[in-house]
Ligand binder design. Sequence first.
Ligand SMILES: Nc1ccn([C@@H]2O[C@H](COP(=O)(O)OP(=O)(O)OP(=O)(O)O)[C@@H](O)[C@H]2O)c(=O)n1
Ligand SMILES: C[C@](O)(CO)[C@H](O)COP(=O)(O)O
Length: 234
Amino acid sequence: MHLLIPSAGTGKRMGGTRNKLLLEVRSQPIIAWTLKAGAAASAIEWIGIISQPIDWPELKAILANLNVNKPVEFIIGGSTRQESVYNGLQALPSGAEQVLIHDGARCLVTPDLLNSCAAAIRQCSGLIAAVPVKDTIKVVDDHGIIKSTPDRRQLWAAQTPQGFNVKLLKQCHVEGVRQGWEVTDDAALFERCGIQVRIVPGEETNLKVTTPQDLAIAEFILSNREGVSNHLTQ
Ligand SMILES: Nc1ccn([C@@H]2O[C@H](COP(=O)(O)OP(=O)(O)OP(=O)(O)O)[C@@H](O)[C@H]2O)c(=O)n1
Ligand SMILES: C[C@](O)(CO)[C@H](O)COP(=O)(O)O
């Protein structure tokens, strides 16, 4: 399975001056944790890091330290996530029939989740990892007035990995450019083209590191994981 990792953002909501994926959590860059999960997932045979060339020297140094034993390609990112994934799709090897797309910023993903998405995408055209929403969600207008309360049983929080048939996803991206659609994930392009996308159970801990608070939460989750694995090996 081919894995594209969009990593070309600037991290505006993190508030820093450089790509947030180079910030450290438990003494390793965020992107290193994501790459380690991709490297450890047995179903993944090829990885494409979609990123800005300005970050390449640092990303290449991080990669060199990880000893990833599968091919890793660097692909130039775009100015939006949508453009970055578009570039990634063009850079896939010609034989790639399905692809997983996983945000570099979701550094807590487990190899198990990548493997289960890789297995599931062989049985359908499109899927995303997602978790049921726990809060009551309100639809609010521009004046801060609640318009409605959707039925929570139908609400899921979208994560990555997201998996797709490559040919269909390329067609949906082209249609997105033609129609001027701006979307925050690839599933939305499938939806707008009327193609079914299936939900697979995501992981509560698979958060996207977006704000400084998320950095602290990621630190906490990873330290707990280390605690558990130390305990098991004692
Ligand atoms: N032009 C872009 C923008 C985003 N991404 C990637 O898409 C993922 C999800 O995006 P997000 O968390 O929003 O990252 P940023 O765009 O960096 O953050 P912000 O929106 O706060 O600027 C991240 O791994 C990010 O690097 C990308 O590849 N290309
Ligand atoms: C793809 C995604 O991770 C699903 O939650 C998300 O949409 C990425 O971008 P966002 O701009 O932070 O929504």
